[in-house]
Design a protein around this ligand. Structure first.
Ligand SMILES: CC(C)(COP(=O)(O)OP(=O)(O)OC[C@H]1O[C@@H](n2cnc3c(N)ncnc32)[C@H](O)[C@@H]1OP(=O)(O)O)[C@@H](O)C(=O)NCCC(=O)NCCS
Length: 181
């Protein structure tokens, strides 16, 4: 059976928790502490609900210290049978922050499954979803200049480099890529 994208669900709880203990994180997130993991484990239904609640409107405090409109998003997990491999978030549109940093799509592969092509596959499958959901004709992806794995994933999926940006609130240069939808 090959890996597929699914909506986060209870079915993958054990494997997801195992991934968090392995140090799984997405993009600019920090690794979860044992205390945070235990909280997620004890109320996994609540955790999934919170993940889904991010689809709601309102505002969000971004890493530059400013508040922006919260855009709708969909989270997917890449799984193989009942094993959680990685997670990818699709923002349905951009706001003033995301157009500079973050873009339409952010992802992470759990440490034990890296460098096996799953990151490249996960973005390819997510672009298929983006073609159904995103109204723009192209998707923006951003990554740190020194993140070789992420750069290769974006380029393998047709990413065309737009520019390189530096921010006073973020360490290192950020690359912005467009992918045709
Ligand atoms: C970046 C990340 C998603 C890569 O996932 P992955 O499953 O290892 O990616 P792939 O296996 O599809 O690798 C794609 C290419 O990058 C290369 N690669 C992956 N990780 C690499 C690394 N750390 N150093 C150098 N090359 C790397 C692979 O060898 C492969 O090269 P190839 O196409 O020439 O064969 C994963 O390391 C991760 O989750 N990191 C933490 C979160 C993160 O950085 N998210 C992206 C934010 S923009």
């Amino acid at each position: 059976m090959s890996a597929k994208l699914v909506t986060p669900s209870e079915e993958y709880k054990d494997s997801f928790i195992e991934a968090l203990r392995e140090g799984f994180k997405r993009g600019v997130e920090t690794e979860k502490t044992e205390e945070e993991i235990a909280e997620i484990e004890n109320d996994f239904t609540g955790y999934l609900e919170k993940t889904r609640a991010q689809d709601q409107s309102g505002t969000i405090l971004c890493p530059d210290g400013n508040t922006y409109e919260r855009v709708p998003s969909s989270d997917y997990w890449l799984v193989l049978d009942d094993t959680f491999i990685g997670s990818i978030s699709l923002r349905h549109r951009l706001n003033e922050f995301l157009i500079q940093f973050g873009g339409h799509i952010g992802y992470g592969v759990r440490p034990g499954f890296r460098q096996q092509g799953y990151g490249t596959l996960m973005l390819r499958l997510c672009l298929d979803e983006a073609r159904k959901i995103v109204k723009d004709t192209r998707a923006l992806l951003t990554c740190a200049e020194d993140n070789t794995g992420s750069r290769k994933i974006i380029e393998a999926n047709g990413g065309i480099l737009e520019d390189k940006l530096d921010f006073d609130w973020h360490e290192g240069t950020v690359l912005r890529y467009w992918i045709e939808l």
